[in-house]
Design a binder for this molecule. Sequence first.
Ligand SMILES: NC(=O)c1ccc[n+]([C@@H]2O[C@H](COP(=O)([O-])OP(=O)(O)OC[C@H]3O[C@@H](n4cnc5c(N)ncnc54)[C@H](O)[C@@H]3O)[C@@H](O)[C@H]2O)c1
Length: 442
Amino acid sequence: MKNKQIDRRNFMKGTALATGSVMMAGLPIGASAFVNPTEKKLKLALIGCGGRGTGAAVQALTADPKLQLIAMCDAFKDRLDNSLNNIKNSEHLAEDRKKNIKIKEGDKYIGFDGYKEAIKDADVVILATPPGFRPYHLEECINQGKHVFCEKPLGVDGTGIRKCLDLVKVAEEKKLNIVVGLQRHYQTKYREIIKRVNDGAIGDVVSGQVYWNGGGVWVRERKPEYTEMEYQMRNWYYFNWLCGDHIVEQHIHNIDVFNWAKDAYPVSAQGMGGRQVRTGKEYGEIFDHHYVEFKYADGSILNSQCRHIKGCKNDVSETLTGTKGTVDTRGNGSITDLSGKSIYKHRGKDDPDPYQVEHDELFASIRKGEVINNLEYGAMSTMTSILGRYATYSGLEVKMEDALASDIQLMPATNKWSDNPPIMPNGDGNYPIAVPGKSLVF
Ligand SMILES: NC(=O)c1ccc[n+]([C@@H]2O[C@H](COP(=O)([O-])OP(=O)(O)OC[C@H]3O[C@@H](n4cnc5c(N)ncnc54)[C@H](O)[C@@H]3O)[C@@H](O)[C@H]2O)c1
């Protein structure tokens, strides 16, 4: 099976040719490949001051004693102020690190374009806005020569992902560290299991089942004073130009595990999905369930389920089947041979918090002048999830190469508060929803 596999290196070669690495021209290579001796102060900017950005800032300040938080940016001032307050009062941040929070009023940047200024004086940037902005924020960081901790997903459409793929090489040339918040890659259980899988413990991986089935996430209420743009920006989870649907925003974690185990990306997908229960206006345009079969070049199949419906069986996990055994990541995680005999059981007792490990390894790498670059798998696992959405929205079998080459760009090139967002409600306040068999969405 291995011979027929499209492996990551070959896939990237093809992708670079297909997308054209236009970003390479004219960029000052090496301009930011600075070495950071341990005594040097490093400066941090946080872009996107919500729940995750706030947590990531605390983890970054914990990871490096000489890191100073010098700039923060959010679309909304109330979100930024709340985040700053939460960082200052975090019980997870040691008191001696709190003196490294250096934010004054002039260090707060508000609005769509604030990130460009906010990152200017920083060495390291945390990107934690909704994912629609990610390719464009990443591009600015890499052009300005910044190291990045970048939350997943890396975009919401093929256009954004092509940009991220073009940036892989640029970041490499500039020796920038780019850690992507797919934290299973920094979680001991997954590292131990996938290492064994990649070493052949279960033979060739021929199928997998991955799940993010749960009750759903927050809804942010519309207030009378909001414009449509402000409403969607606050309730971003339910609008694809910002979120990409929960198959992208959340289920990417599980889909990415299978890509990691296969060391490959799917060539096509087909599936089904819809809005069965969560049908109100406040849920915007996204589906409440998706089921997708992803097909890989060697014929192996990934079955993926994600659901946001309360009162059903909840499961967030991955199982893999190989020619010699199986993996189940539930609980502490285990590997079993085909006769049922245990090959490996992860202990898990003292495993470190993967969210902290991401930052520990990022700052250790910067300090040592080394490079971690997670951009490629971050971009391609995002693209795999987007491929899944294209398949469930259209009801068609969609090829990866077509999805990746698609010119659809959900995120507008520029945004202003006076603009209408790219999707608007109908007269009755409901949003247009994709209808399989009728919607051509890629
Ligand atoms: N790895 C994980 O386990 C994990 C967990 C939670 C969230 N995330 C990811 O982190 C990101 C943020 O999620 P969250 O839960 O923190 O959401 P959130 O809504 O709490 O925070 C997002 C913040 O970004 C701000 N924002 C929006 N557009 C902006 C722009 N253009 N410029 C500056 N700020 C902008 C919003 O106002 C908001 O305060 C998402 O991509 C999400 O998928 C990852």
